[in-house]
Design a protein around this ligand. Structure first.
Ligand code: FES
Length: 119
């Protein structure tokens, strides 16, 4: 499923997408160090809560970690593992990505078995 063109994702930033037209973002992509990583926009603490308090606010102020605005859980960008907070040791659900020859960022929403990193 197409999310966007790769050049629409700024280095060091995150962006949410609503690929299924559900009326709210269900997937987000982080671009860091040239890599793209994607996760479902669901915090493992409660299992149904979206992470950001406003559109695209998935990262902490320094852009070092993914954060959940509800209770402050922190997640490693490259693995999705919770490193601090109420769901310590649990992980975000990865969304595998592919980059098309035309620079389209494509998400496989039917799979959650591999880390969603594109290098
Ligand atoms: S719902 Fe994310 S930390 Fe509680």
């Amino acid at each position: 499923m197409r999310l966007c063109q790769v050049e629409e994702l700024a280095e060091g930033e995150a962006r949410g997408f609503d690929p299924l037209d559900e009326g709210q973002d269900s997937v987000f992509v982080v671009r860091r160090g040239g890599d793209l990583v994607a996760y479902r926009d669901i915090c493992p603490h409660y299992g149904s809560t979206a992470l950001p308090w406003r559109k695209d606010a998935y990262l902490d102020a320094g852009g070092k970690d993914i954060i959940c605005s509800a209770h402050g859980a922190r997640f490693a960008i490259d693995t999705g593992l919770c490193t601090a907070g109420p769901c310590l040791g649990e992980s975000l659900i990865p969304v595998p990505l592919q980059l098309s020859d035309e620079g389209e960022v494509l998400a496989d929403l039917n799979s959650n078995n591999s880390v969603g990193v594109v290098k």
